[in-house]
Design a protein around this ligand. Structure first.
Ligand code: NAP
Length: 420
């Protein structure tokens, strides 16, 4: 399933495999080793005080619509936490969601920039837990891998405690792997909040959150879960800073049809193929942007929408690019969007009697959302999506990506349990 190809949403509904990891404290240094700072940070607020939202609100509550690169801090009082004055090799960055599509590249980029990276991972990581510890250590080479359970605050805090070092910055790339209702609240909200609490308890003063541009128009449960965490993050006390990164579409979400079209099938799209558009961004470019957020002062206390280079592309244009690369005449299959509305309507109806079907209905809604909503900034004045207002970053183009997939296939770009 992809942003432009949500046809298999219902069919690919699978139950998420359960994770029974409880209290693993194993910390493994993967491959390269570097000296771990011995000093613990002293800033250790009590976790029970962290989410008092009613008190000092240094920041405006989030607006769900039309946020462009937004400074949400109050005037010139941005704190300058001490970690910013240290060299990267003395800055400890805790990364959660380190084994995901983006998280892996974020770890790699942070390691490349010389930070002390502590990557939190499950003992069975990756899509449907396909990677064992050895494979995970290999993927997260250069970082300190901390096997723990981010869904259990005590376990996570103990694991961080057992590292014996302070945390300066938390970077969260964690996300529900299936986007379902329960899992979204458990992961995109609760587990992310756990990483904030555990990080703060061990001295962190900055949090970089990988969110999504689509939360500006929240119609889905995972978007609501993300927004709730975003708003709590913005309400931290004035010594704590954040950068909220809201990317447009990832390449993996747009590559699902390359091999099908290569095999001679038509490119499938909804309506006239112009219902939505996006400025896709590569894993490397996004990882670089996220790594910038660790130190760059101008990214402090901001919501940062970001897309890749070049113009916004509709599904029709994406299909045309693909046929051009393949040297073939374009062949499109246009599917009426109303088909999705019908399926969702039926599932919603059934869910009223059989609540278990609500998750399947939610997956249908996710597919519908990405078939019709652009991954661009919503202009609050016009209520339209705006290509011009959506910032571009990086160098990798979708055309380059399609060429690579035509040559080498989709290895490493698996959507897994998630549809987006
Ligand atoms: N796809 C797009 O086009 C797009 C566009 C904009 C924004 N985004 C957003 O980008 C974010 C990250 O996406 P991604 O594709 O990198 O995600 P992903 O590949 O699905 O990775 C999710 C990460 O979260 C971890 N995780 C999930 N459930 C967990 C659990 N129960 N316990 C512990 N860890 C758990 C995973 O660990 P394991 O490896 O152990 O499962 C993995 O490290 C999401 O918030 C998404 O909404 C996506």
């Amino acid at each position: 399933m992809s942003l432009s190809f949500p046809f298999n949403v219902i069919a690919s509904y699978t139950l998420k495999p359960k994770t029974f990891l409880r209290d693993s404290k194993l910390v493994s240094r993967s491959h390269h080793s570097f000296p771990l700072p011995s000093t613990l940070q002293t800033h250790e607020p009590s976790s029970k005080n962290l989410f008092k939202l009613t008190k000092i609100s240094r920041l405006e509550p989030i607006s769900s619509l039309g946020i462009s690169e937004t400074d949400t801090s109050s005037s010139s009082s941005s704190p300058s936490p001490s970690f910013r004055n240290k060299p990267p090799n003395e800055i400890n960055v805790l990364v959660v969601g380190s084994t995901g599509y983006i998280g892996r590249f974020v770890v790699k980029e942070l390691v490349k920039r010389g930070f002390n990276v502590i990557a939190v991972a499950r003992e069975k990581s990756g899509v449907r837990g396909k990677n064992d510890k050895e494979e995970t250590l290999k993927q997260l080479r250069g970082s300190n891998v901390c096997f723990s359970d981010v869904t259990d605050l005590n376990s996570l805090e103990q694991s961080v405690e057992s590292l014996g070092l302070g945390i300066d910055v938390v970077v969260s790339c964690i996300a529900s792997r299936n986007g379902g209702i329960k899992d979204s609240w458990k992961i995109d909200y609760e587990a992310t909040k756990n990483s904030l609490l555990a990080g703060k308890k061990h001295g962190a003063t900055h949090f970089v959150l990988l969110s999504a541009i689509c939360v500006q128009k929240p119609l889905l449960e995972f978007q609501r879960a993300k927004l709730k965490f975003e708003s709590e993050l913005m309400m931290q006390d004035s010594t704590f800073t954040y950068s909220i990164v809201r990317p447009t579409a990832f390449f993996k979400s747009l590559g699902g049809q390359v091999e099908i079209v290569k095999d001679g099938k038509p490119y499938v799209m909804f309506g006239d193929g112009k219902l939505c558009a996006c400025k896709p961004i590569s894993e490397e470019d996004l990882a670089s942007f996220i790594a910038d957020c660790v130190l760059e002062e101008e990214k402090i206390n901001k919501v940062l929408p970001v897309g890749g280079p070049g113009k916004a592309l509709t599904p029709l244009e994406q299909g045309e690019i693909l046929f051009r690369i393949l040297g073939r005449e374009p062949k499109f299959l246009r599917v009426p969007i109303e088909i999705m509305d019908f399926v969702i309507g039926v599932l919603d109806g059934v869910a009223k009697v059989f609540p278990g079907v609500a998750e399947a209905a939610e997956f249908g809604k996710i597919g519908r959302y990405y078939a019709a909503e652009s991954m661009l900034i919503l202009d609050p004045e016009t209520g339209e999506y705006s290509e011009e207002m959506t910032p571009s970053y990086g160098k990798d183009t979708l055309e380059d990506f399609f060429e690579k997939v035509v040559r080498e296939g989709m290895a490493g770009q698996e959507l897994g349990e998630q549809f987006f």
